[in-house]
Design a protein around this ligand. Sequence first.
Ligand code: SAH
Length: 351
Amino acid sequence: MQILQDLSLQELQDLMAELGEQKFRAKQILDNINLGKPISEFSNISHELKEKLLSRFYDSPIKIHTVLTGKDETKKFVYELVDGNLIEGVLMSYKYGKTLCVSTQVGCRMGCKFCASTLNGLVRNLTSGEILAQVLIVNAYLGGKKDRKRAITNIVLMGSGEPLDNYDNVIKFIELVSAPDGLNISPRNISLSTCGIVPKIKDLANKNLPIVLTISLHAPNDNIRKQIMPIANKYSAKEIIDAAKYYFNTTGRRVIFEYALVEGENSTPESARELAKLVKGFPAHINLIPLNEVEEREMKTVTRKRAEQFASILKSLGVSVTIRRTIGEDIEGACGQLRNKILKNQALKND
Ligand code: SAH
């Protein structure tokens, strides 16, 4: 069985030709997909065509399993996939609109020491349609349609998974969700976060999509980085900075570095000064995130005072920096807290 949401308009048109259907049906199908409907609820489609579709494609690639609402109105969605895997996503409401944080993999194999998404390793990649379906189903849940009536305005690829470890599916997702015949979300409103897979950052630069690239740096040098991020054994901080420069020079778009402040690891004044030196010379921005603590991990967060001291050193050295407000912590929906927890409980229940 396949996932209908994986298909572009062109691919749907090819499918219609193969099924002996008229070409305009493809657009009708896409209109139904954009409304987040399962095949069985498609309108303007004959019973016969629905049956043909259902013999090849899952009725729906994703179901909302649970919705948790936090104190700050942040919502965490737990989705169930067709193979029973559960993934998570977070909806954040801002003055300018609503941002959905989507997952790109079930689990993750990057092994960052502070992150919950990688605790059970990588289970599998999501297809482009499974990433898209997260946006479609939440948009429909909020009563949104498309274009001006869309409920979701922004997307961040910052849920579980490493987007550049699932490169082709992630690129296709960006193309599908931004297509004029799709939800039509501008790539300018899409941010992709990576732990720093250098060759893929260069591939992405060459694609020249006007998305926002953020790189999880988290350390001012290789020694500290290796202690908290295994990917640092593969690519050095210098290679990452060079890739970010290449990205900027190729696309003209400023790169954002994420830096989770961990007590006793990377948050000393000395680290701040070293970081300023590392990113010097091109227009980068640093987003400081006081660590969100994860039950299974030893690492501790920093005090507000320490975060502010770190930021002010960077500022005094001419680095553009902000401290990110943490939201969704009470529902384990903050950065690095997404996991397969309910999946574990579920498995226990079924035993
Ligand atoms: N794999 C990608 C996408 C994850 S985005 C990446 O590494 O960038 C999630 C962001 O939250 C990343 O910057 C990640 O490093 C950060 N993060 C992970 N665990 C965290 C934690 N416990 N506290 C704060 N930020 C965390």
